[in-house]
Write a new protein. Structure first.
Length: 579
């Protein structure tokens, strides 16, 4: 059956603990054997008890044996439950960490193209379903099925005809369960996707709560969430419940008719002297013993089938190619910071280039500014230096070394970025600063904070550097976040610095402080600046003017003004707006 093929994914995570699994399987086997023997014992007890010649000592001996086996079974079950619970937790953690670690290694294109709330929900649902199947099916229903098998073997020796009737009922019950569950599985796939999208929208609403509140769009978000969870996913879930009630009715009918059939035939056999009263009692016990696991499995069958789908869906994230870190390749150490673009062409889509024929050279320690209208490829060009994206054609050289042939981690360690929109971790200011260099000392942190004018506003907080900054740094102003980002870059001590419109959203007073911090930061470093205000880049050694993905002009400020081209027009336009 396909379900057994799909269930191999469960063993992928259990196999790590195979020795423990084999040990608790042995415990389960012993417990199952004892469970299957108990109905035989109390059946024999009935037969012995109705005989007048039976002594009380024999009856007492059987009762003591029964009691001992029950106590031993309970002890084995507790031992099994404790050890299986530990494995279940480990399997859950392994799955969650394996995929989360893989997400960290995926390229920036993946993270920019996906809703993270949707991805996180997919991973969480996968881990939750793996935990459910491992706990409730593998370690709960599985051992009970061993009991059923042993029970059927014992029944076969006692009265094979009743055993075959019970086996037929159980087989018919299983076929109906599989038949009636198939349409639910197809619908469940749609429901999983609907819920992932709904959770993605929910995550977006919460993470952008400041924007929601500033535009008073709480009601808009509520309607969006209601539509996601009730109108679509909710309707699909209701349909599944209706189908589930229909299946449950079929199952209950089969089990009830089956029990009556077995009991009726057993009574007829008792009447004809084929079986004894004790054997009748014994078979009633075995019917209940067999019904339990099958009923439990049928209750979980849909969840197992859909759970396996969810697990595989989450597991498909592992098939996405991670970034080529190439740890076996050459490492960048003590670079000077010379950067060269040679015939670079790049596009996000196969037949559409964003950058075309990009060629330029930068000497160590020079400041390079990129200017142009929005959407001309400035940020994309900068992202190529860190190899967030891979060019379709051409080479990028740092100190005459092709970055495609260098260990990616060592490349990025030489680069620090101060973005336009700074996002901070919901942690202390100290830990956010230390993110630039994990081994930085307290003295290093304070020194960097002073250089970036962070120290002065930190001293105003009650908890100083232990102050929490809130989700995405919401407790800090835009200027404070920018200065934290600059201090973090100072700690990084890079040879190549990237400033992505780092002062575009600041007021004049804050911009002055940030500019002072940046002046200290860029000394001795090759710096790339994406410029919003042209007045801030007049001292740049090289200005690259981009238009439609091409460099249409290059030179310093005076050279470009004297050319009277695109740069001069942009400069005049900004001057007019400022006036």
């Amino acid at each position: 059956m396909k379900i057994f093929k799909d269930s191999k994914v469960i063993w992928q995570y259990l196999s790590k603990y195979r020795k423990k699994v084999y040990w608790i399987a042995l415990i389960a086997l012993l417990g199952s054997f004892i469970s299957a023997v108990i109905p035989y014992i109390y059946g024999r007890l009935v037969d012995v008890a109705v005989l007048k010649s039976t002594s009380l000592q024999l009856i007492g001996g059987i009762l003591v044996l029964w009691l001992v086996l029950v106590i031993l079974k309970d002890w084995l079950n507790r031992s099994f439950g404790n050890q299986s619970a530990y494995i279940t937790i480990d399997v859950y953690n392994d799955f969650l960490l394996k995929i989360t670690n893989h997400l960290l290694d995926l390229p920036l294109t993946f993270h920019k193209n996906k809703k993270m709330g949707e991805v996180i929900q997919r991973v969480a649902r996968g881990a939750g379903n793996l935990e459910m199947i491992t706990d409730q099916v593998v370690f709960n229903i599985g051992p009970n099925f061993l009991t059923v098998i042993v029970s059927l073997i014992v029944m076969g020796f006692v009265e094979w005809r009743l055993m075959l009737l019970l086996l037929f009922i159980l087989a018919f019950y299983s076929l109906v369960t599989v038949w009636k569950t198939k349409p639910m599985i197809k619908i469940q796939k749609k429901m999983s996707k609907a819920y992932e999208r709904a959770h993605g929208n929910l995550y977006d609403s919460v993470i952008n709560i400041q924007t929601v509140k500033s535009f008073t769009n709480e009601e808009v978000e509520r309607k969006k969430m209601y539509k996601g969870f009730h109108n679509k996913a909710g309707v699909i879930e209701k349909l599944i419940r209706d189908l589930w009630r229909c299946l449950s009715a079929w199952q209950q009918t089969i089990l009830n008719l089956g029990f009556v059939s077995v009991f009726a035939w057993a009574v007829i056999m008792l009447k004809n002297g084929i079986i004894t009263p004790g054997q009748l009692v014994m078979f009633v016990g075995y019917v209940y013993l067999a019904y339990g696991p099958f009923y439990m499995l049928s209750m979980h069958y849909r969840r197992v089938k859909t759970g396996l789908i969810v697990i595989k869906r989450a597991g498909r994230l592992l098939n996405i190619e991670p970034e080529p870190y190439q740890k076996d390749k050459k490492e960048f150490k003590n670079i000077k910071g010379a950067v060269e673009f040679q015939n670079i062409n790049f596009g996000y889509q196969r037949n559409k280039n964003v950058l075309r024929d990009i060629n330029f050279k930068v000497k160590p320690g020079q400041m390079v500014a990129l200017v142009g209208e929005s959407g001309v490829g400035k940020t994309t060009l900068i992202d190529l230096i860190s190899r967030y994206y891979i060019p379709k054609q051409g080479k990028i050289l740092i100190d005459n070394q092709d970055i495609a042939e260098v260990n990616l981690e060592s490349l990025r360690k030489q680069i620090a970025i101060v973005p336009q929109e700074v996002t901070l971790f919901n942690d202390t200011i100290k830990n956010n600063l230390r993110y630039g260099r994990q081994k930085a000392t307290e003295q290093d942190i304070i020194k960097a904070a002073q250089a970036a004018h962070v120290h002065e506003f930190v001293q105003k907080f009650d908890k100083k550097y232990e102050q929490l900054v809130g989700e995405r740094g919401i407790k800090l102003s835009t200027g404070q976040k920018q200065r934290v980002a600059i201090a973090r870059a100072v700690l990084r001590n890079p040879k190549i610095l990237i400033l992505d419109e780092a002062t575009s959203s600041l007021d004049s007073a804050t911009e002055k402080l940030v500019q002072e911090a940046l002046t200290q930061l860029i000394k001795g470093r090759t710096t790339f600046v994406i410029a919003h205000r042209l007045s801030t880049i007049q001292k740049a050694d090289l200005i690259l003017v981009l238009e439609k993905g091409r460099i249409v002009e290059e030179g310093d400020h005076q050279e470009l003004i004297s050319k009277g081209g695109v740069y001069k027009k942009l400069n005049q336009l900004q001057s007019t707006i400022i006036k």
